[in-house]
Design a binder for this molecule. Structure first.
Ligand SMILES: Nc1ncnc2c1ncn2[C@@H]1O[C@H](COP(=O)(O)OP(=O)(O)O)[C@@H](O)[C@H]1O
Ligand SMILES: [Mg+2]
Length: 509
C-alpha cells in the first residue's frame, strides 16, 4: 500500500507561471497558484476559464507548455498521474472513473499500482473504517459501484485517493452531481480533512458554496488569474464581478423597439437529461416578435435540454410549448420546423450540416422536401442551386463554388451558411445556440448583426450563449439558468453584470 503516514503532509504546492495551449489557444496563461496544507482553496471561474486544465496539469494528466510545479520547495515533474499520486496529489474528476461492475474494495485495490496481486481485502476494510472514523467518509465495502448513488461513488473516489496517499485532494465541480444534502455531507468531510492537515482544492462556479466552504478563493477568467481573496473578506458581489469580469458593453447596433405579439410561449416545462435527471425544472419563458431573449448561465444548467425541448429534439415531461398560440409540445423536429421554428444548433458540424454533401445540398437541408425545391416526386436542382448561390452571396460565404463538399469550408463560413439557410426560411422564431462559438472576430460580428436584423424585421430570437458579452450586446431580456431553473429575467436596461454574475452563481436576490 502506497499510503503514507497520516502525520506527514504537504505544506505548500506552488504552481509558477503555468501555461498550456491547445492548438495554439491558451487554456492557461502564466498562472501562479499556491495551495497550502490544511487549507480549502476554491478555484472559481466561468466555463472555459481554464480551471480543469490547470488541475489536470497538477495531477499529471497534461504537461504544461511553460512554468513549473514546486512541492514544499522542490521542483516536481509529473509525466503521468502516477507521478502526481506518488507526490501526494489526488484528484476526483467530474466524471467518475470507477469500474461499475466491481465492488468498492476492488476499485480501491485496482487504483493501487503497488498492491500485491492477492491483496488482503480485510486490510482495505480496516483502512476504510479508519477513514470513516477520521473524516466521516462512509462507503459500503462490498457493494458494486453501479449500486451506489452519485454521492457514494464520489466518496469511493475520495477514499481511493486517500488510500493512494493523497495529501492534497482536488475535486472538479464535485457538487454538480450531488443533492443539497449530499453536498453538505461532502463539505463536512472536506472540512475534517483540512482539519487533519490535508490541502483541498475545489473547482466550482457556485459562489455560495465557495464562500461557505473555502478559506481562500482564486478566480480564473480566460486562462488567467484575475483575482484572489480570503473568503472572510470578500462578498458574493465582488466574486461575481471578478468571475464575469468585463464592464457592460451595450455598444452594438441595438436600438429600442416595441415588442410585438408572443411567438414562443413555454409554460412550466420539465425535461430530463440523457442521464435521466431532471434538467429543466418547471420553466416559464416567452419570446415576442421584435425581441431577442438571451439565456445566460454556466453550461450544464439545463440550457441545452431547454433548447432541445423547444426544437423537438427532446421529450417534454410536463408543461406546454406554443408557437404563435399553437401547441407544439412533443411534436417532431420536422413538424416544429414547419411551424416556423428555425435552429442554429450547438454542434454545428455534427448536427447543422452533412459534411460530405455539397454546399448546395446543405443549403436546403430540412427543406428539400418542400416547395419550391421539390414537387411531389422530384427535387428541382436548378431551383436548389440558384437558392444556394443566393445564400452564398447574401451571407458572404467564402467558397470556391457551391459544388464543393461542405467539409472544405472554414467554421465561420459553415456557420454563415447555416444561419443563411435557417433565416431564409422566414421563421417566426430563430433559436440560436452558441452561434458564434469558436468563430473569428469577423464572422462573429457578421452573425450577431444577422440576429439583430431578424429582430428588426419583426421576428423572435432565442439566443443561448455562454458569452455574456454577446448576451448583453444583443438581448432585450436576459434569462439566467441555474440548476434547471430560470432564476431571474432581467430587462436589458436594468441588467448589471454583477446581477447576472450572481444569478449565474446561483444567488437569487
Ligand atoms: N483537451 C483539450 N483539447 C483542446 N482544448 C481544450 C482541451 N481541454 C480544454 N480545452 C480548452 O481550454 C479552455 C479551458 O478549458 P477548461 O480547463 O476545461 O475550463 P474550465 O474547467 O474552467 O471550464 C477551453 O477553451 C477549452 O475548450
Ligand atoms: Mg472544468
Amino acid at each position: 500500500m502506497a499510503g503514507k503516514s497520516l502525520l506527514k503532509k504537504i505544506q505548500t504546492v506552488q504552481m509558477e507561471k503555468i501555461s498550456k495551449y491547445f492548438q495554439g489557444v491558451a487554456a492557461n496563461r502564466n498562472i501562479d497558484l499556491t495551495i497550502r496544507g490544511g487549507e480549502i482553496l476554491g478555484l472559481l471561474g466561468e466555463n472555459g476559464a481554464g480551471k480543469t486544465t490547470l488541475m489536470n496539469i497538477l495531477y499529471g494528466l497534461y504537461r504544461p507548455d511553460g512554468g513549473r510545479i514546486l512541492i514544499d520547495g522542490v521542483e516536481a515533474t509529473f509525466r503521468s498521474p502516477r507521478d502526481a499520486i506518488r507526490a501526494g496529489i489526488g484528484m476526483v474528476h467530474q466524471h467518475f472513473m470507477l469500474v461499475q461492475n466491481h465492488t468498492v474494495v476492488e476499485n480501491i485495490v485496482l487504483g493501487d499500482g503497488e498492491a500485491p496481486f492477492l491483496f488482503p481485502q480485510r486490510a482495505v476494510e480496516q483502512k476504510l473504517l479508519k477513514f470513516q472514523e477520521l473524516y466521516g467518509l462512509k462507503v459500503p465495502p462490498y457493494a458494486r459501484v453501479w449500486q451506489l448513488s452519485a454521492g457514494e461513488q464520489q466518496r469511493v473516489e475520495i477514499v481511493k485517493a486517500l488510500m493512494q496517499g493523497a495529501d492534497l485532494l482536488i475535486l472538479d465541480e464535485p457538487t454538480s452531481v450531488l443533492t443539497p444534502l449530499e453536498s453538505r455531507d461532502l463539505f463536512s468531510i472536506l472540512r475534517r480533512m483540512a482539519g487533519e492537515g490535508h490541502g483541498v482544492v475545489i473547482i466550482s462556479h457556485k459562489l455560495e458554496e465557495i464562500l461557505d466552504l473555502c478559506h481562500r478563493v482564486v478566480v480564473l477568467r480566460k486562462g488567467e488569474v484575475v483575482g484572489e481573496a480570503d473568503t472572510k473578506g470578500v462578498t458574493k458581489e465582488e466574486l461575481a464581478r471578478m468571475m464575469v469580469g468585463r464592464s457592460v458593453v451595450f455598444s452594438f447596433d441595438w436600438k429600442p423597439a416595441p415588442k410585438g405579439e408572443v411567438v414562443l410561449q413555454v409554460e412550466g416545462i420539465t425535461v430530463r437529461s440523457d442521464r435521466g435527471t431532471v434538467a429543466v425544472k418547471n420553466v416559464d419563458l416567452s419570446v415576442h416578435r421584435r425581441e431577442i431573449v438571451g439565456i445566460a448561465g454556466v453550461a450544464g444548467n439545463g440550457q441545452r435540454e431547454l433548447v432541445e425541448a423547444i426544437t423537438g429534439l427532446r421529450k417534454v415531461e410536463s408543461g406546454r410549448i406554443r408557437i404563435l398560440g399553437k401547441d407544439i409540445t412533443n411534436q417532431s423536429a420536422r413538424v416544429i420546423h414547419a411551424e416556423g421554428v428555425a435552429h442554429i444548433p450547438e454542434e454545428r458540424i455534427r448536427f447543422g450540416t452533412v459534411p460530405n454533401l455539397l454546399i448546395y445540398e446543405n443549403a436546403v437541408l430540412k427543406r428539400h422536401h418542400f416547395a419550391p425545391f421539390s414537387d411531389v416526386l422530384f427535387l428541382d436542382y436548378s431551383e436548389i442551386k440558384s437558392h444556394a448561390v443566393d445564400l452564398v452571396e447574401q451571407f458572404t460565404v467564402a467558397a470556391p463554388s457551391i459544388r464543393v463538399p461542405m467539409k472544405h469550408l472554414s467554421g465561420g463560413n459553415i456557420q454563415k451558411l447555416i444561419v443563411g439557410r435557417e433565416v431564409s426560411a422566414g421563421p417566426a422564431l430563430l433559436v440560436a445556440s452558441h452561434p458564434t462559438y469558436g468563430l473569428d472576430v469577423g464572422a462573429t460580428e457578421y452573425i450577431r448583426k444577422q440576429l439583430l436584423k431578424r429582430r428588426e424585421e419583426g421576428e423572435a430570437v432565442l439566443l443561448v450563449s455562454e458569452d455574456l458579452e454577446e448576451i448583453l450586446e444583443l438581448s432585450d431580456r436576459i434569462a439566467v439558468m441555474f440548476e434547471g431553473h430560470i432564476v431571474g429575467i432581467l430587462n436589458r436596461q436594468e441588467a448589471t453584470i454583477e446581477q447576472i454574475g450572481l444569478l449565474m452563481g446561483g444567488v437569487r436576490s
